[in-house]
Write a protein that binds this ligand. Structure first.
Ligand code: ZN
Ligand code: ZN
Length: 147
């Protein structure tokens, strides 16, 4: 996974006349290894454990490059910050977001996917991508949860 990502990133950087510096490599590796959804600050912490000279600006700039190279997906889950997740080797899915604790749960439902296509067909809309987000309370945060 990481080797493949490194190849994709190197090729992308080459197009932009940029090199895979050791800092960019560290950020790439940490981002590819991170579990699930993470913010830029969390990634910065992870990277600094390996190389304390990595700056916040470098992490933000590299995140933008990783996004452009389609290695990462950027999501706004309405928590006042962007969240990233690996897209290489991670198929399409949608999200439930808990508005109390911020937990993010993934789901995939072919029926929903199909319904979206049907709706688009009706009005000749060509879907390029979509991101379905359902906001509410997770099992632990639901008011009057029956336990
Ligand atoms: Zn919750
Ligand atoms: Zn996700």
């Amino acid at each position: 996974m990481t080797a493949e990502a490194e190849q994709v990133f190197t090729d992308y950087l080459k197009q932009k006349d940029l090199k895979l510096t050791s800092q960019r490599r560290t950020i790439l590796r940490r981002a590819m290894e991170a579990e699930g959804h993470f913010g830029a600050e969390e990634l910065l912490d992870l990277c600094r454990r390996e190389d304390s000279s990595i700056s916040k600006a470098t992490v933000y700039r590299t995140l933008a490059l990783l996004k452009e190279a389609r290695l990462l997906e950027e999501q706004d889950f309405g928590r006042g910050r962007m969240v990233y997740e690996r897209s290489l080797g991670h198929g399409h899915h949608d999200h439930f977001i808990c508005i109390r604790c911020g937990k993010i749960l993934e789901f995939e439902n072919n029926k929903i996917e199909r319904l979206q296509d049907e709706e688009a067909d009706k009005i000749d809309f060509q879907i390029v991508y979509h991101s379905l987000k359902l906001f509410g309370f997770c099992r632990d945060c639901a008011p009057q949860a029956s336990r």
